[in-house]
Design a protein around this ligand. Structure first.
Ligand SMILES: *Cc1c(COP(=O)(O)O)cnc(C)c1O
Length: 386
């Protein structure tokens, strides 16, 4: 909640900046930790959602592992105190350099997405004389019912080993002396709010697990990925995702033997609600058909609306709440028509200099910032340093 007290403290600060509510972060992490811990589940935080050092430190301290999608993310995780035994490395296009680095660090597992990648990792591991732990990413063909840009588990997506290749994959694995298969990996998409999607995923995981076991391959780790969504419409009333309900689905529907571990890779659900992008109104422009609020923040600071028409709640922190509201198209200063945070956004009568908060921006916000238009480096403010 960004109340007037906090808004007063923003008064002298240069905008735009990301504001992180460390109390919301702490409560979110505790809720996720408790709900996973009591079921014996392991959580790896997906760094790509936000690799801000201050946030990473908190996430590491609570005891989560790290899920990385580049060599630099693996390095960052290690620098922030995550132990390599708690780091996984995923991604369809790992370079030789990245694989070599991760091998020298002896990370927990590579999430492998193709037969060719298996062969490359085997060869690079043999050169280093080490064994690489691998989890096979299987495309479960489950529809995440989310935006098509963030759906990853369908046959048409580029992710995972295609089902048709799995037979061959199993035989290639048997020949790879420098690879140890530790588990299976699945990830069907992001911002999933329909819990039946996760139930469908469990059914597929059970099937694939049996498929491997029937072929004499033991599976120690079932990694079901991330993707739990958050409530973008109601960041104050519903700031903490229902981790109990989420983990409960897997607890009930995932078949597992006592020695099998269940791993999760949550990103957005852990960090989205603690962040807001704070900006000022530069101009109020009355167009022919529209009223525009032109902000000093744009798609260079928060790209999600321009990239996939993502919704973010927008609050005016300066204007007095009134019964009457006006509809504004809230836009940024960047020379692109897609540089728009929201159309027909109901807001109180707003004016130049008003502070605007774009909410739920902690995930896929800061990390997607760019210097396009030679914009300034993004700034941050943390609630416990105000
Ligand atoms: C992006 C990603 C995640 C995290 O997704 P969220 O929707 O942020 O939870 C987890 N695993 C993999 C493989 C990913 O690519």
């Amino acid at each position: 909640m960004i109340n007037t007290d906090i808004a007063t403290k923003f008064a002298d600060r240069e905008t735009p900046f990301y504001y992180y509510d460390m109390d919301v972060l702490a409560r979110t992490l505790e809720a996720a930790h408790e709900a996973s811990q009591k079921r014996g589940f392991h959580v790896h935080y997906a760094l790509k959602a936000n690799f801000n050092d201050v946030l990473l430190k908190r996430i590491q301290e609570i005891g989560f592992g790290a899920d990385c999608v580049s060599g630099n993310e693996v390095r960052k995780a290690i620098e922030c105190g995550f132990t390599p035994q708690n780091i996984t490395f995923a991604g369809v296009g790992k370079s030789d350099k990245e694989i070599n680095y991760a091998l020298t660090q002896q990370i927990f597992a590579f999430n492998v997405e193709s037969i060719q990648e298996l062969e490359v990792i085997n060869e690079l591991a043999s050169k280093q004389g080490v064994k690489a732990n691998v989890a096979l990413r299987i495309n479960p063909n489950v529809d995440a019912h989310t935006h098509h840009y963030i759906t990853t588990g369908l046959d048409e997506n580029k992710f995972g080993v295609p089902n048709a290749d799995l037979e061959k994959c199993a035989s290639v694995l048997k020949k790879c002396e420098f690879i140890e298969l530790v588990g299976l990996h699945f990830h069907v998409g992001s911002q999933i709010t329909d819990m039946t999607v996760f139930k469908s995923l469990c059914v597929k995981v059970n099937e694939w697990k049996s498929w491997f076991e029937e072929r004499g391959t033991q599976i120690r780790v079932l990694n079901v990925g991330g993707g739990l969504g958050i409530d973008y419409k109601n960041p104050d009333g519903n700031s903490i995702p229902d981790f109990e309900a989420y983990f409960d689905i897997f607890d009930r529907f995932l078949e597992r033997k006592p020695y099998q571990e269940v791993h999760f890779e949550l990103g957005r659900a852990l960090v989205a609600q603690c962040g807001s992008l704070i900006s000022r109104v530069l101009y109020v422009k009355n167009g022919v058909k529209k009223n525009f609020l032109v902000l000093d923040a744009g798609m260079t600071e928060l790209m999600r609306p321009a990239l996939y028409q993502a919704y973010h709640k927008i609050d005016n922190l300066s204007a007095v709440e009134t019964e009457e509201s006006l509809n504004y198209d809230v836009v940024g200063p960047i020379c692109e028509s897609s540089d728009c945070f929201g159309k027909e956004v109901p807001l109180p009568d707003s004016g130049r200099g008003d502070l605007i908060a774009i909410r739920s921006a902690g995930a896929y916000g800061e990390v997607m910032a760019s210097r396009y238009n030679l914009r300034e480096e993004i700034r941050f403010v943390y609630s416990d340093q105000l």
